[in-house]
Structures are given as structure tokens and as C-alpha cells.
Design a protein around this ligand. Structure first.
Ligand code: NI
Ligand code: MN
Length: 223
């Protein structure tokens, strides 16, 4: 089955199987590199790595307009419940939620998670299984060797890896992350959106892993 992955800029993607479309970390308003507006997003689900504003982004209006189910950790679920959303699926690291498209699992990430001063639970990476593909979106994280274990468990064919330095790994450590995960294709994320995370992405060059640097708005089709 063909899966279309559209890069929304920063850490955001739209993962579309034709029947199901999952928006991950849909940060569009206030995103200087985004080519999409929140109203452009047609999705059946939204999956969030953590609660920082550059990831939670436009989740609430997009979820409302699309009647989309939001997958997140418990504390974000509580926050979205207070905001009046009802199609919500909470989880936490180590756990997996079976879905109508496959599954979403939450894995660890070394980072923080808050929104407007409120604690938003554990930051996560996401494993998304859809249309015969398994995607590991690392969220915002530092390097950790259990990325190897996560890869051994889920065998992702695509990995989305933060590369912008300062708040996450930079390109050199992200290259090590890609070598730990060994996906068919590694997509760098969370770089060059804002001046503090400007890097030379040519330095992201993991050995033995194909790198696909996507431009915001660009799509990739996987068979
Ligand atoms: Ni963050
Ligand atoms: Mn971030």
C-alpha cells in the first residue's frame, strides 16, 4: 500500500494512507517555514510527541474541524479534555494503542514537556504503524542507546530524527541515532526553523542509512 508522507516543516508531518491520515505535531501558525495553513490539513488522527508549543501547535482547531482523534500522553489528554475535545486516546511511554489504521506506541525521549507553564507529562517518541510501514518519529530528544532497542522491537523503515542542536541532538549525534535505528530512510527534522536551531544539515550523514532531507510542503511516497 502506498503511504504518502508530507513534511509540514519543523517536526510536523501528514502521514496519509488514503483511508487514514495522521497529522504529527501540527505546528503551522507561527511556523516561519510552514507552507500549509491549519485549515489545509485534512486528517483522521493527530499524534503528539509532547506539549511544547512548537509541537502541540494547531492541534485544537485541526482536531475540531476534522473530528480527528488525538493520541497523546495522559497530561496532554487532560489538557485537551479541559479544552472541550472528546475524541482522545491517552497513553504513556512503553505502551501501545491499537487503532483502525494499525497502532501508535509511545517510546521514551530525553527532553521536557510543558505548555504555558503547565506540566504536560513525559516527552515521547512515537512509533506509528500504518499501511505496512512503521515510522519512528523521535520527537525532541537527546541521543540514547536504547534507540537500538526501540528499533529492534519495532523495526521502523522510516525514522524522523531531530537535528537542530541546542534543544535536541545536532547533526553529528543525530547521525549516531540513525545508525542505532537503521531505518530504510532517515528524515532530519527540527532544524533551520528558527535561528537558534540553524545547522549545516549536510553534517547529518549516518553511515549505511539513506538520508532524505525534505523541504516543508514536500511529499514522499512509500510503496
Ligand atoms: Ni520540545
Ligand atoms: Mn521542539
Amino acid at each position: 500500500m502506498t503511504l504518502t508522507i508530507t513534511y509540514l516543516g519543523h517536526s510536523g508531518f501528514l502521514i496519509d494512507s488514503g483511508r487514514h491520515a495522521i497529522a504529527v505535531d501540527p505546528f503551522l501558525s507561527g511556523n516561519p517555514v510552514a507552507k500549509h495553513k491549519p485549515d489545509d490539513i485534512r486528517c483522521t488522527a493527530i499524534a503528539l510527541t509532547h506539549g511544547h508549543s512548537d509541537h502541540l501547535g494547531d492541534t485544537i482547531p485541526i482536531a475540531r474541524r476534522n473530528q480527528a482523534t488525538v493520541y497523546s500522553v495522559w497530561e496532554i489528554y487532560e489538557y485537551l479534555t479541559e479544552k472541550g475535545l472528546t475524541k482522545l486516546e491517552p497513553g504513556n511511554p512503553g505502551g501501545k494503542i491499537k487503532t483502525d489504521f494499525g497502532f501508535i506506541a509511545f517510546v521514551q525521549a530525553f527532553h521536557s514537556s510543558s505548555y504555558e507553564g503547565r506540566y504536560m507529562g513525559n516527552p515521547c517518541g512515537l512509533i506509528i504503524h500504518i499501511a505496512g510501514h512503521t515510522i519512528y518519529h523521535c520527537g525532541d530528544t537527546g541521543l540514547f542507546s536504547d534507540m537500538k532497542l526501540i528499533a529492534e522491537i519495532y523495526k521502523p523503515d522510516v525514522a524522523m530524527i531531530p537535528c537542530g542542536d541546542r534543544f535536541t541532538m545536532g547533526p553529528e549525534l543525530a547521525s549516531m541515532a540513525a545508525e542505532f535505528i537503521r531505518p530504510r530512510v532517515a528524515i532530519p527534522i527540527h532544524f533551520n526553523t528558527f535561528p537558534p536551531i540553524t545547522v549545516d544539515i549536510a553534517q547529518f550523514r549516518p553511515r549505511g542509512v539513506e538520508v532524505k532531507v525534505m523541504k516543508p510542503g514536500e511529499s514522499l511516497a512509500l510503496d
